[in-house]
Design a protein around this ligand. Structure first.
Ligand code: PBG
Length: 329
């Protein structure tokens, strides 16, 4: 049969090299940022039960992890502290203790791997006896402006300890402008801000809260984190954060919010990050360990989907594994 088809899209898929030529998006190790959890002590490595393969490390071992990641070509890490309950209080005092676990860890990493970009998390929850990102008053409300004062102290303490980029994940209004001002007034004008711009009140954070034992004691986070139903609101947050001086912005979670990544990246004039969060990791890992999916292929496809949606960088617990796979290829 002689069938004249003008367009045969399969011609551009005919072999590996043609497919490489027409490939629109690439996943590179330099797109990836590894989240890490630190605990007090020495030579300690505790696996998080809902995140097989992910650990809370004591400072000494965490520094070794950072060295390994940097050797693999991973450009940045973001650090979270798992604190003993005895250090948590209503005003997150420990968060701006210059001699605290978090600050000591930042200094150690900076000293051992100065070229690795150090990102810090700015929010009260790991240090708060209420388990909220902001200050909870007597009426049980999260007080925006009172929280900003605490976040500023936290940011300065982190910058002092060596943070290259602070990442406020608290979702308080006006925090980018407030923190920018605090950093600038204290000589940290070169410390960047990666804002968690569109952070949703998501059930995908469950394993992370287990890792830090940071779940809210009362209520939920819906008065500050965004409603999963909304996308226009993400554009408003984007506009605000860029006007307030954010150097980079973020959408979180990742996979269930690829449409938001697309929408935000189309209007943003600053680079866009996406956070492939703990629950997303756990689902892929569990299916992989059960032999239900090809874990490596599913993870690389997932990470590439973030690039296709418009993200410039990806925070992911798969980073260490993916970096190894990308190196082998
Ligand atoms: C809290 C914070 C959370 C995550 C990062 N920073 C959890 C929350 O808002 O309750 C979640 C990360 C993840 O699930 O991997 N400021």
């Amino acid at each position: 049969m002689n069938f004249n088809l003008i367009r045969r899209p399969r011609r551009n898929r005919i072999n590996k090299s043609v497919r490489a030529l027409v490939s629109e998006n690439q996943l590179r190790v330099s797109d990836l940022i590894m989240p890490l959890f630190v605990i007090e002590g020495e030579n300690k490595k505790q696996e998080i039960s809902s995140m097989p393969g992910i650990f809370r490390f004591s400072r000494d071992l965490l520094v070794r992890e950072c060295e390994k990641l940097y050797k693999l070509g991973v450009p940045a890490v973001v650090l979270f502290p798992a604190l003993n309950d005895s250090l948590k209080d209503k005003t997150a005092t420990e968060s701006y203790n210059d001699l605290g676990l978090y600050q000591r860890t930042l200094k150690d990493i900076k000293k051992a791997v100065p070229e690795l970009t150090l990102m810090t998390d700015v929010a009260m929850d790991p240090y708060s006896s209420d388990g909220h990102d902001g200050y909870v008053n007597d009426k049980g409300e999260i007080e925006n402006d009172r929280t900003l004062e605490i976040l500023a102290k936290m940011s300065l303490s982190q910058a002092q300890a060596g943070a290259d980029i602070i990442a406020p994940s608290d979702m308080m209004d006006g925090r980018v402008a407030y923190l920018r001002e605090a950093l600038d007034q204290n000589g940290f004008e070169n410390v960047g801000i990666l804002s968690y711009t569109a952070k949703y009140a998501s059930s995908y954070y469950g394993p992370f809260r287990e890792a830090l034992e940071s779940a809210p004691k009362q209520g939920d986070k819906k008065t500050y984190q965004m409603d999963p139903a909304n996308v226009r609101e993400a554009l408003l947050e984007t506009q605000e954060d860029i006007e307030e001086g954010a150097d980079m912005i973020m959408v979180k979670p990742g996979l269930p919010y690829l449409d938001v990544v697309r929408a935000v990246s189309e209007v943003s004039l600053v680079p866009v990050a996406v956070y492939n969060v703990s629950g997303e990791y756990s689902m892929a890992k569990a299916a992989g360990l059960n032999g239900w999916i090809d874990y490596q292929k599913v993870v690389l496809e997932t990470l590439l989907s973030f690039k296709r949606a418009g993200a410039d960088m990806i925070l992911s617990y798969h980073t260490a594994e993916a970096a190894k796979w990308l190196k082998e290829n």
